[in-house]
Design a protein around this ligand. Structure first.
Ligand SMILES: [Zn+2]
Ligand SMILES: [Zn+2]
Length: 425
């Protein structure tokens, strides 16, 4: 590592000083020689040791005053960050390219190798000073973090302007949808593609409410994020409810103004705003990986299906057929109702449970509890979808059958994510 007082540095230091450098810029030529000094201190030591002369930063050949404005730049960054709530930050700077070119030329001229650029020094110095002024005062405890900070503040040193990028917030939860007729995510009007027309009553939406909007609006308000993206662990049909322990989701909130949100307060705000349609539970902060975990969720799902028959079916027949369906693998071609927007292919899904729970006296209606692999189409399992789903309830009974109401009653039990979150608590 060497010694900053090493006599061997006399010659290159003299050459550098003669080019007209300030103490900072002189010290930076030898930034990686010796520990424990700031670059301006290195510069001062070299001046004393070798009887050199330096300029003021304003007159410096390399930085042209930049290094004399560190305090001012620190104040600008600090003032800018004060409008936001966060724990960790990192300062970056945009330094005029001619400063970086001139320092390179100086280093080359004197053969200096243990150097540090002005940009790197400013990033470090401003960060360190802002951190020092914000430690130990409660919520305003700001810590420099290199790996994924909450806020990246980038100062343009020419205009004292700060751009900041805030790490997205990810909130996990489970939602229950207590009513039918609400899609999981925003569904723009097909006619106008969201711009608003007479068909959608100028709302731009096919459905005025969605689980996404009902959950996102209070979350955006609480965090000050201007947008939100809803990632669900699969989705139920618009006309199906989602009950039981609910369906896992992750809400992604980019550029949040406030990162400290009381999730219990948020849960109540969502549930109040969204009542009686939607409620949420188990809210927890998660990291980005949770999005792919939730989207890749392949747990079994359990449904309650209300079925109407074209002709009366005796109870024994219903029991027999539900026994036949349980444990069967079903081949399902893409349902005709979604074939216009999804590729037509055949999938094989297991029906793991089929339980008759109610039969109306006239034999024209019954209720089943059905459990199956993720992606099993229940309405088609009931109706047969004109032979596209095989076997099916209608096919086995040889009687027309259709699902008149569908509820998701369980989504795959506790997911891996639930377990992770519980373990962390
Ligand atoms: Zn300088
Ligand atoms: Zn429209």
């Amino acid at each position: 590592m060497g010694d900053i007082r090493d006599p061997q540095l006399a010659e290159p230091a003299r050459e550098a000083a003669e080019l007209g450098l300030c103490e900072h810029c002189l010290g930076r030529c030898f930034a990686r020689v010796d520990f424990g000094y700031g670059n301006d201190e290195r510069g001062r030591i070299l001046v004393e040791e070798h009887d050199l002369e330096t300029t003021t930063p304003e007159e410096c050949h390399v930085c042209e005053g930049l290094m004399g404005r560190v305090d001012r730049m620190r104040d600008v960054v600090e003032a800018d960050l004060a409008g936001w709530a966060f724990d960790t930050f990192l300062v970056g700077t945009r330094v005029p390219p001619d400063v970086l070119e001139r320092e390179e030329m100086v280093w080359e001229a004197i053969g200096a190798e243990d150097t540090e650029s002005a940009k790197s020094e400013l990033n470090r110095e401003i960060g360190k000073q802002v951190e020092a002024r914000h430690s130990g005062i409660g919520r305003e405890n700001w810590t420099v973090e290199f790996d994924g900070p909450d806020v990246n503040a980038v100062l343009d040193t020419r205009f004292d302007h700060v751009d900041h990028v805030h790490k997205s917030l990810f909130i996990y939860g489970r939602y229950r949808k207590h009513v039918r007729g609400i899609p999981q995510t925003r569904w723009p009007c097909r006619n106008c593609r969201g711009t608003g027309c007479t068909e959608c009553g100028a709302s731009g939406l096919n459905y005025i409410l969605s689980v996404e909007d009902l959950v996102a609006a209070p979350a955006k308000q609480a965090t000050g994020a201007s947008e939100a993206t809803f990632h669900g662990a699969g989705r139920e049909d618009v006309d199906a409810r989602c009950l039981g322990s609910g369906r896992p989701f992750v809400l992604e909130l980019p550029d949040p103004r406030r990162r400290f949100v009381n999730l219990d307060v948020l849960r109540r705000a969502i549930t109040t705003c969204a009542a009686p349609a939607v409620s949420v539970s188990e809210l927890a902060f998660v990291d980005k990986d949770a999005v792919s975990e939730v989207k890749g969720h392949r747990g079994r799902k359990t449904y309650a299906a209300e079925v109407a028959f074209e002709d009366p079916v005796p109870t024994e027949t219903l029991f027999k057929v539900s026994d036949m369906l349980e444990g069967t693998q079903v081949a399902q071609r893409t349902p005709s109702r979604v074939a216009h927007r999804r590729a037509d292919k055949t999938r094989h899904r297991d029906v793991t449970r089929c339980l008759l729970v109610h039969r109306r006296d006239d034999g024209l209606q019954a209720r089943f509890l059905l459990q199956g692999d993720a992606g099993l189409y229940i309405k088609e399992l009931v109706s047969g979808d004109e032979g596209r789903s095989d076997p099916s309830l209608a096919g086995l009974l040889d009687v027309g059958a259709r699902c008149t109401a569908l509820d998701v009653v369980d989504v795959g039990g506790p997911s891996a994510l639930d377990a992770t979150i519980r373990a962390e608590e």
